[in-house]
Structures are given as C-alpha cells and as structure tokens.
Design a protein around this ligand. Sequence first.
Ligand SMILES: [Zn+2]
Ligand SMILES: [Zn+2]
Length: 503
Amino acid sequence: MLELTVLGAAQEVTGSSYLLQNEDKKILIDFGMFQGQEEDWNYQPLGLNPQDVSALLLTHAHLDHSGRIPVLVKNGFRGPIFATPPTIELTKLLWEDTLKLMKEDKERTDRKRRRQDKPPVELLFNDDDADKASKLFVPVEWNNSEKFDNFNFTFRSSGHILGASSIDVYSQGIRVVFSGDLGPQETVLEPPPYAFDDADYVVIESTYGDRNHKNVKETRDEFRDALSAALRDKSKVLIPTFVVDRAQRIIYELYLLRDSMHELSGMPMYFDSPLGGRITSVYSSYPDYLLPHLADFFKGMDQQKLDLHYVDTAQESKELNELTHALIMAGSGMCTGGRILHHLKHGLWNPKNHVIFVGYQAIGTLGRSIIDGAKNVKIMGEDIAVRAQLHTINGFSSHADANDLITWAKNFPSTTSFVVTHGEPQPAKSLALSLNTLGYNSVVPSRRQTLALKGRKERAAIPAPETQSIGQKIDDFVAKYPQKRKLVEQVLSALLESLEQEA
Ligand SMILES: [Zn+2]
Ligand SMILES: [Zn+2]
C-alpha cells in the first residue's frame, strides 16, 4: 500500500507538495511556497520530519513548487533532489532572486521594528540553506526510467515552462502520475504535455478547471491590434510580464510580428530585468527542452533582428524614462514590485502611452486595480493618474484551460482515480465534476489529508469527502440508470456553462 499526503495546493493554487510513503520510505514531490493570502503558512510547522524523507522529485522551477526546498534543507533534509537540468538552473536563479527580495523586505521591516523596540524578523531561509539545497540536485532527463529506494519514476514533458515535467511514480504495484503544472495542448515554446496511457491515481492541477482561454490565433490577433494602436500613436508601450516563460513567449511573438509590421522595426525594445536576461539564456542553453524551431530561435541570433536590448543596471533602467517611443517589458507580472513600477510611475499618466497586460492579474495587485478601472493609483508612495490606453490579453497563459485538462485526463483508462489539486475551490470542484461525468473517480482533498492508495485489484472507489458528495451521487445515479447518462451530461454541461458565465 502507498499513502499520499497532500501538504499544499489543496483547494488553493500555491504551496504544492505531496508526501508519498511506501512500506518503509518517504519521498516528496515538490515543496513549494505558499503565496498571496496563504503566505503565513510558510512559517508553520512543516508537517513532517525532513530527516525521514529520502528524496525529492521536483516538477518545475516555479516558486509555488520549489520555494520551500531550502527550508526543508534548513531542517535537516539531505536526500537527492531529482529534476531536469533546465529546472535545476531556473530554480537556482529563482531562489537567488527570492533571497534578495526577502533580505530587502527584512531590512525595511527590521528598521520599523527597531523603532518599536522589537527583535529583528527571521528569514524563511538564508544563503547557506539555498547553497546546501543547490548541491543536492541530481539531473534527470525526460523519458528515462529512474529508481530510488523502491520508487521507480519517469519525468515527462508537461508543456508548462522550460523543463517542466509531469512525473510518473511506481511503487509496490501502484502507479501514481503527478501532473505538475500542465501547459495547454497547443503549446508555443515547449513540447506539449505528454499523453500518459495508464495510472492508478493521477494528482491533477486545476488552476483553470472552470474556464477556457482564447486560442493561439485569437490571442495573436489581440496582441497585434494592441501593438498597432501603440505604433500609430508613436508612443511608449509598457508590458508588465512574468520573467520566466511569459517574457520569452512575448519576445518570440514580437519576432513573429516583425515581418508583417514594418513599423515595429523602428521601435527600440527593452527587456528591463537582470533576472530576465539570465533566464532567457537558460532557454537558449536547453534546445532539447523546446520545440525544434524554437530551439533555433533562442540559440540563434534571430532575436537580434528585433533590436531588443537587455537592461541590466538601475542607471540604464532610469535612462529609459527619457524615451518617448519604445517598448519596455519588465517584471513583476502583476506590478507588485520590480522595475515595471518605475516605468508605470513615469508613463501611466500620459494618455499617449499604452500598457499591454499579457498575464493574469490577481485581486489586490496594482495590475488588477489598473485594469479594473482605477482613476488614480499609488505607486511608490505617489498618486499617479491612470490615463494611458490599456489592453488586456488573457490568452498567453502557460496553463492548460478546462478543455485542455480534460483532453489530457481522457488519455487515462476509466479505472484511474483523480486527486484534484492546485486550484481554488470552484475550479477544483468543477474539474472533479467534469471527470466524474466522464466516469472517473475523483476527490478534491483538503490540506494535510492523507489518502490510502491501493492497487487496482484491491481498490474500490476513493471515499469522497463532503465537497465531492454531489459528484459521487451523480456517479451512483449514472451507474444505476445508465440510460439516463445523456440527460445527466446535458444538465451538467448547462450548469458548467452558467458557472463559467458567472465567473
Ligand atoms: Zn508553474
Ligand atoms: Zn504551480
């Protein structure tokens, strides 16, 4: 028997981590940071003794999957961390960047606390912890079978960001697939998600379990329209962007447009992010982890045809304020920090300028206030009028949408059970319901819930918790009255559609 404990990403998007235990060993899949409203959870007891864990399998570099690994090491974990080579490089860069931000934050907080006669705060982890963790990485390539302590595992492409993987783990006669974060079926930079044909259990992400994105063509048309407007005005274009994957995607989209939009060649472009430049060079270093024609693009100097400049120092960044006609990409993607703040402060008030949002803007972020129509926003302590022309493009997501998730899931046989994670309650439940409708068993676990996994022969249905009782009831109904299946499906799809409209 195997036991699966869901340590995070349970009815939430961040904090991904799963403990898998066979008769005598424990391994972890991911050990991510909790972000946003759940941030305080990073400081809670870990829920396990890191010294008892023999190894960690890391799906991809994003901090919500990798961010607390140094904390694990700080508390005594010394096992190998298996990951693909690009994941290893990207993760190290992200840890380094997080440490820098945490230290800056600590300095500010400590200054305030000193004035209140309070002791300094403790960092979540320090350089030494990150350094020790970096030395534990063991590279594994996609599609190679590996073995460690009675666990056999294979990493496969998940189509999400460079090196991102789904992981197939086999132990004691039971096969569990961890989806990791899944990309769309129609990927642009990375190979599409691997289509598995079997598993007893699948831990599946559900970030967009209840909605669909625009397709690649529609998204490209929207991007072109936004750029055309800006080029007509001969103005400044600001693009707040995530520096891992989204920025590289935008660079590629600009490259594709340059032949058909001649005005684009007269516009200087800047990627104002020291981290972003380093991440783009990791993309260039791993052609095998990209679609073949993308490998040529990132490796070759095709990018130079764009007149794209990587901006490194703060001084160079400030000099961009003087420009009136330029395209500037900078992090952070949701305008919660980073150099984009300077550019917004200097450009948002001017009705000639354009801001193109190419990523999701979470509630409570500056980016969200701007797209929600705020007339004024506070940026670095100053009131700034929002008068620039705004464009919101939602189709550049590196996550599967509801249709993509179902397409991926349908490769598994009907005997597979799904554990639905990495989604807010609504999308998670919606995906679980869709899976039930297809005849699969599914469960939406709560944080720290342990599931006993059984081999196919001895296994009955996973006991569904309260949240899934409707799905279970529908399942039972369909099992009892198979001739009513069509009717049930119609009712459910109408229901899903109305939920989607509501959302
Ligand atoms: Zn991710
Ligand atoms: Zn994630």
